[in-house]
Write a protein that binds this ligand. Structure first.
Ligand SMILES: [Zn+2]
Length: 394
């Protein structure tokens, strides 16, 4: 028995020393492979952005995201003495894969690349040897709903899904005289009218004061085959009256790993309803591993989500409610997680700010806000369709 224990200890020590001797500095790797190195201290992730691919790593996670797929690594990247270290075997395998790959894997450029079925290999469930398989052969999602085949950025814009946040027993954030659920429903209904005038097919996850689970909202959007998902909310902070007066403005969010504690906090607040009412798979925050898997899957919608965000900023220029900070942020909003389409969460303004609350409860303001969102949808559609034509003309 004692012998066995020693044997195990020896093996562990050997394994540890083997890993110790095979570490390479990630910044050095970037230099050698003519890639640029980017470090994101809040998320503890880093990128090696090369010509043909951007590899995304996270400290402590044995996965790398490449060409929109996540691949298992032999060892998770780690930080030692201020250096970010990778396993040299992982590096060799990743860069060999990169060279061997003769056909570039453009996101969803061929229909086979985006086909997702329930039988798809769950990359991250397969042990170690996965790292040797080319990235292109690794579909990550196992979602049953089949996403639309599309080249990134060219999805036709026909069906718009409006998601007025909260509802029923879930009031959302509360102001002095109003509830978030009522303001966003009013804006949502007006937005529907505006968009229908423009010829869009419009669906609403709720058009009355009812409670719908966060996960169900994205499911509905997928069933309707939406081309754009807009979740409407009002922001709020819990602070002194003085501070409440200061904090105001609108914010457009996309589903992305948060880059600030503030953005994280907003997602937690919006996600709270799921945990509060016992929704299945409810959580306030995504784990680093979930982020990693999710980001790979979201890759093909990202470009469009950002395009729409840009149009939102333009449309709200000159509006009564100004941008809060840059006006754009990213965080883990559960309501956006399951949507297989470009999606944003729009915090119209702060219900905790007396001035903005008073404004948002007027019909005139709600009409103006709806008209601006509708304008953003129209200009977004024009931009996307323009891009389609440019591609076709090539
Ligand atoms: Zn909300």
């Amino acid at each position: 028995m004692k012998k066995l224990v020693w044997h195990i200890l020896l093996c562990v020590a050997l394994a540890a020393s083997a890993w110790a001797s095979n570490k390479v500095d990630a910044e050095q790797v970037a230099k050698e492979h003519k890639a640029s190195f980017h470090w994101f201290p809040v998320q503890k992730t880093f990128l090696l952005a090369g010509e043909s691919d951007t590899l995304k790593f996270a400290i402590g996670l044995p996965y790398v995201s490449s060409h929109g797929n996540s691949i298992e690594l032999k060892h998770a990247p780690e930080i030692t003495d201020g250096h970010i270290l990778l396993d040299s075997a992982d590096v060799a395998s990743l860069y060999k894969t990169d060279k061997v790959q003769t056909t570039p894997v453009a996101p969803a450029s061929s229909s086979s690349a985006v086909k997702v079925s329930s039988s798809s290999v769950k990359t991250t469930d397969v042990p170690a040897k996965v790292a040797a398989v080319p990235a292109a052969a690794q579909p990550i999602t196992t979602v049953a709903t089949k996403p639309k085949n599309e080249t990134a950025g060219t999805r036709e814009v026909k069906t718009i899904v409006i998601d007025p946040g909260h509802g029923g027993k879930d009031t959302g954030a509360q102001g002095k005289n109003s509830n978030e659920k009522d303001i966003v429903l009013a804006v949502g209904k007006l937005l529907k009218k505006e968009l229908e005038k423009e010829g869009f097919n419009v669906k609403m996850t709720r058009d009355k004061d009812v409670f719908i689970e966060l996960g169900e909202r994205a499911n509905l959007a997928n069933q309707w085959d939406g081309d754009l998902f807009i979740s409407l909310h009002c922001n709020a902070i819990d602070a002194t009256p003085e501070r409440k007066k200061q904090i105001k403005g609108y914010h457009v969010y996309v589903l992305r790993a948060p880059e600030s504690e503030e953005d994280k906090a907003i997602a937690r607040r919006e996600n709270k309803v799921a945990t509060l009412y016992g929704e299945k798979n409810a959580k306030e925050e995504l784990s680093p591993i979930e982020w990693f898997k999710l980001e790979a899957r979201l890759e093909k919608y990202k470009q469009n989500s950002y395009m729409f965000t840009e149009e939102m900023l333009k449309a709200f220029d000159g509006g009564k409610i100004k941008r809060q900070g840059g006006g754009v942020g990213g965080a883990g909003f559960m309501v956006l997680v399951g949507a297989l389409m470009p999606a944003v969460l729009f915090e119209i303004g702060f219900i905790s700010n007396p001035e903005e609350e008073a404004y948002m409860t007027t019909t005139k303001a709600q009409e103006d806000i709806a008209a601006r969102v509708a304008k953003a949808v129209s200009t977004y559609k024009a931009a996307v369709h323009n891009y389609r034509e440019t591609l076709n003309a090539r």
